[in-house]
Design a protein around this ligand. Structure first.
Ligand code: TYD
Length: 209
């Protein structure tokens, strides 16, 4: 593994948890402080990943094919976006990373978690988030937000509440007792959450360098 010198932050949570809004606010706040930062996402952080994103949003796939597409997207993302930015010493903010596969494909779809971990470690080449921001919200509130957006729903967003309850249970299990996780109450205003994330990030980033 090549030595990294930047700082990687993953934003995780179910659809409608507000991670994308939050990660953009954090990005803008860091830019305003002249801190070197990039904002990226999974799936879709690379040109190939954009095409994969369309497939996983629109095609009904086997759970296996779905997981392997997310893993392929992640491999391209780690190699072409994350590693170069970390090596440049940047803060990298990623809207979702590997814990989404553990929660959605593992707990949501029932794919063996050991298999997910094995493939994930392989594609991530030793990279792990330095901080994970878990946007915690209940399935009902998140779904109300998705409907309010009035955009066409993706196949994931059309899943039943029971699916999202399994995904939430997954996130809770994956993150319990993990020191690099900041759990935020995603029902609070995004500006409040942004201040919490910036405080935690700056504290960890300063003790990292
Ligand atoms: P996207 O429109 O980017 O949703 P969001 O803004 O909520 O991230 O679509 C990504 C979808 O893919 C989302 O429903 C979660 C799902 N997903 C997985 O199931 N596994 C994964 O590993 C990743 C990265 C995403």
């Amino acid at each position: 593994m090549e030595k990294k010198s930047g700082f990687l932050v993953a934003f995780e949570g179910i659809d409608g948890s507000g991670k994308s809004t939050l990660s953009r606010l954090v990005f803008n706040a860091l830019i305003a402080r002249s801190i070197p930062v990039i904002l990226t996402k999974e799936p879709g952080g690379t040109p190939a990943g954009q095409r994969i994103r369309t497939i996983v949003h629109e095609d009904v796939l086997t759970p296996q094919a779905e997981f392997l597409l997310f893993a392929a997207d992640r491999s391209e993302h780690i190699h072409n976006v994350i590693m170069p930015a970390l090596q440049d010493g940047k803060i990298v903010l990623s809207d979702r990373m590997a814990d989404s596969s553990r929660a959605y494909q593992g707990y949501g779809r029932g794919i063996d978690l050991h298999l997910i971990d094995k493939v994930t470690h392989w594609v991530m080449q030793g990279i792990e988030p330095d901080l994970i921001v878990y946007c915690k919200i209940d399935a009902e509130t998140a779904f109300k937000r998705i409907v309010q957006r009035k955009q066409e729903l993706t196949l994931f967003e059309k899943e039943k509440t029971t699916f999202f309850e399994r995904v939430i249970e997954g996130f809770e299990k994956i993150f319990s007792g993990k020191s690099q996780v900041l759990v935020v109450d995603a029902t609070l205003p995004a500006e409040v959450l942004c201040a919490q994330v910036i405080a935690e990030l700056c504290h960890r980033w300063e003790s990292n360098v």
